[in-house]
Design a protein around this ligand. Structure first.
Ligand SMILES: [Zn+2]
Length: 317
């Protein structure tokens, strides 16, 4: 059975970009008669708030997007022990190392020009000096009270997969992400790449639908999931919705009032059907644009859809 998920971070009210991801994921799953899960990605304790969890459930239900309740809601902040054991497995397999670099050191490594590159800063992989740290040095650092993050040692291999919406994606695993990903931060917080990979694997998610800004992460997540011995899901990325200023809609930037579902509901007084038609219209999935679309009609479009907007599009209401 197809299993998909919507995995928001409760850091603000849902905006058009979140709605597009939720709707696309729901459609990708329902068009295949699958199961749709909701997962709360609240590892960032400073930014996530319980009231936003309630608000996003309310917004999803307003859109008519009902998640499967036969399983308990996955809440990342309650899953410490699970990430702990996944990390231990990767450590036991020799796939990790402790990194003592500060943020400043890391950005210096990342921006250091490589020979023959003329100073160009790209996505080229930068080796981390801590990868080969000697045991004696490691214990000395620990005794000095220095805290380390734990990183995944990426091998120098190519990764290829077929994205359900964007077709064949091929990249050097290392260059796709630029540096070895952090699995656990030095302050103990679980990093996104580990948590999301473990959760997708354990929830049996086999279609991951989300914004195209996470395409490069898919290569890394595929590697983590394979390393843990689980089946790798299919990925289905969707175009990014941008504000009229050409900036990504990020909830934390604030000032997204007019781009939120709340605004559409309470200020513009539009119906769920009108909102759905708007979101699919922006992505170019429905042509010609219609005023309102039920979820059943959206499912029908989705069966024959193509994004005609490219990989990013500005929202014009
Ligand atoms: Zn380091």
């Amino acid at each position: 059975m197809v299993v998909g998920r919507y995995a928001p971070s409760p850091t603000g009210y849902m905006h058009y970009g979140n709605a597009a991801a939720a709707l696309a994921s729901w459609l990708d799953v329902r068009v295949r008669d699958g199961k749709w899960l909701l997962r709360i990605e609240d590892l960032d304790k400073e930014r996530c708030r319980p009231e936003y969890v309630e608000a996003l459930k309310e917004d999803l239900l307003w859109l008519g997007l009902e998640w499967d309740c036969s399983e308990p809601l996955f809440v990342q902040s309650e899953r410490n022990h699970i990430y702990e054991s996944a990390l231990k497995q990767l450590e036991d397999q020799g796939q990790t190392y402790h990194c003592f670099c500060t943020r400043a050191q890391l950005s210096a490594i990342a921006s250091a020009p490589q020979e023959g590159e003329g100073g160009e800063v790209g996505r080229r992989y930068r080796a981390n000096p801590c990868e080969h740290i000697a045991c004696s040095q490691f214990f000395q650092m620990q005794q000095e009270g220095k805290r380390s993050s734990i990183r995944l040692k990426l091998p120098d291999i190519e990764d290829e997969f077929t994205d359900l919406h964007f077709g064949v994606q091929k990249a050097s695993l290392r260059e796709s992400i630029g540096s070895d990903p952090v699995l656990r931060r030095s302050d103990g917080m679980w990093a996104y790449q580990l948590a999301v990979s473990v959760d997708d694997a354990l929830q049996g998610v086999n279609i991951v639908t989300r914004g195209v800004d996470l395409m490069t992460s898919a290569h890394v997540q595929r590697y983590i999931i394979r390393s843990l011995g689980y089946e790798v899901p299919q990925y289905a990325h969707i175009p990014l919705l941008m504000g009229l200023d050409g900036m990504r809609l990020a909830k934390r930037n604030g000032g997204n009032g007019q781009y939120t579902i709340r605004y559409a509901r309470e200020v513009e007084h539009i119906s769920p059907g009108q909102f759905i038609a708007r979101v699919l219209g922006i992505m170019g999935v429905i042509l010609p644009v219609v005023d309102s679309l039920s979820l059943d009609e959206a499912l029908d479009c989705w069966g024959r859809h193509a994004f005609t907007c490219g990989d990013a599009v500005s929202i014009v209401k």
